[in-house]
Design a protein. Structure first.
Length: 132
């Protein structure tokens, strides 16, 4: 793959993940997003979600349904070829916000693998900078 192809692949995959997290998490259309952007054989590295697209839909749908005030604000998307990371601020009602980094691997135009890192945003910090 030449440099121009790599740049184009990176651009397409960045747009795909941006569209996916916006539809699924910001707009709460979990099933629609997963059916459009995620492969059935989806590999999950999060310890609370089993492998498979249908399992992810079930777990995330239950979580969103149980927390109707849930918000997800995408802060930035970082992409390099088939790997894309989305950094976001998530808020469950009654809890401190969370800083989340979701890392996705894309293959043939579909998300096939996912990792996540979740950290609670504390009320005070040892430095004056935001986690976002």
């Amino acid at each position: 793959m030449d440099d121009n192809q790599w740049v184009e692949l990176t651009r397409r995959n960045r747009a795909l993940v941006t569209d996916f997290v916006t539809l699924a998490l910001a707009n709460h259309h979990i099933r629609d997003a997963f059916m459009r952007y995620v492969a059935p054989h989806y590999i999950q590295h999060s310890p609370i979600v089993p492998d498979g697209r249908d399992n992810a839909i079930a777990v995330l749908s239950r979580s969103i349904d149980a927390n109707p005030g849930f918000t997800y604000e995408l802060q930035r998307v970082i992409a390099d070829g088939d790997i894309v990371a989305a950094h976001a601020r998530a808020q469950f009602p009654g809890h401190n916000p969370r800083a989340i980094v979701d890392i996705f691997r894309i293959e043939d135009g579909l998300i096939v693998e996912h990792w996540d890192i979740v950290q609670e945003v504390l009320a005070s910090a040892a430095n004056p900078r935001s986690m976002f």
